[in-house]
Design a binder for this molecule. Sequence first.
Ligand code: HAM
Length: 423
Amino acid sequence: MFKRVAGTKDILPDEIFWWQKIESASRSIFSTYNYREIRPPIIEEAALFNRSLGEFTEVVQKQMFLIKNQQESYALRPEATASIVRAYIENSLDKTCGFSKFYYLGPMFRLERPQKGRLRQFHHIGAEAIGSSSPDIDAEVISLADTLLKAYSVEGYELKINSIGCADDKKELTKILHKGLAQELGNLCPDCNARFNNNILRILDCKNEACRKIVAKLDIEGNHLCPECKEHFNRVKQGLDDLGINYRIWPHLVRGLDYYTRTVFEITHANLGSQDALCAGGRYDNLIQELGGPDLGAMGFAFGVERLNLVSTMALSLTAEKKLVFLITLGESARKEGAKILARLRRADIPCDTDYAGKSLKGAMRAANDLGAALVLILGEDELKKNVIALKSMASGEQKEIRLEDLTKELKCSGPTTADSCP
Ligand code: HAM
């Protein structure tokens, strides 16, 4: 028997309802903020990610799903920001649209060790605002993430923000860290020892207790920021204050991808355990130019949908939303007439189904119940002769006879669909 690949998940029909609600709430909110959907491909040249995320990042070093042949090396995308910037440049969107706001939903792939909230195929819901360096956009993007979380019925989350500064500031921070940590190499974990030489900023958010204690002693609270980056960060904070968004300044937040500059943020939830980031993002002012485009600023974020699923309390009233009508036919002529009735109801947009397994009346009623049907129609030889059909409410158990020609109208008016659709 085949099994699913480790770190992947089957999203079964009973669960899909939550996903569809999350997706439709997202689409609706994105559109009120004037973000438009973009769907880049799932595979890209691997070099795109090496270049944008950084050769020495964990994602590029250890987590890429690579597809190689003799000439090319492709990767299943580990994230979508790089693809969207590639698409923005390749399709000259800077010339046709200028400042552009995009959103996306879809699967991402990272070859990680699976655990709670950490998968090898997971889903992002993300936004990218490309073409502006204004701190107002940082505040808008963060407030958009906050609005989405409210729509997803997630409570008890924490927003952490920081500024890592421009490219020069990042070099300055790197210097400060090299100086402050050189004497501590023997006390840092093996991963941080490797990071010391090629990705030192990541030492700041190492989860190892010993590393955390060492890092806590470093005086890095914004000391590396140039006056422009300080001013930018002040304006972001002011923008969030004006919008009434709660946040905490987190001087050790650096994020794991090299493209970030200036504002970075993370939204965490205590109930998630060690993989506690629900959403993460920030500014990437050099990436567009780095990938061959114009010198434009940009800012975005991505939610991990599987992690949202672990903390969202969105109420699911499956039966109320489904409003299914289930038809039970008794006998051959009723079965034939039943097929025509189903076709008629479906043409009128009434969701309906029947039993295809030749069940008894009792068995078919059970099937209707299992499917969460709101109403059951029963058609036997007697009903056929009288040109009627029995209509039973699953909630009240009440049953009445309806003339066949009145059935569609009856279901539209009093049945599973709303009164507004009543002709
Ligand atoms: P990221 O922090 O790598 O950022 O991923 C964003 C979110 O995806 C995380 O906060 C987490 O919720 C979820 N996530 C990441 N890896 C996994 C995994 N293995 N299993 C389940 N969920 C996961 C980015 O990808 C950036 N592209 C975000 C961004 C957009 N920055 C600017 N624009």
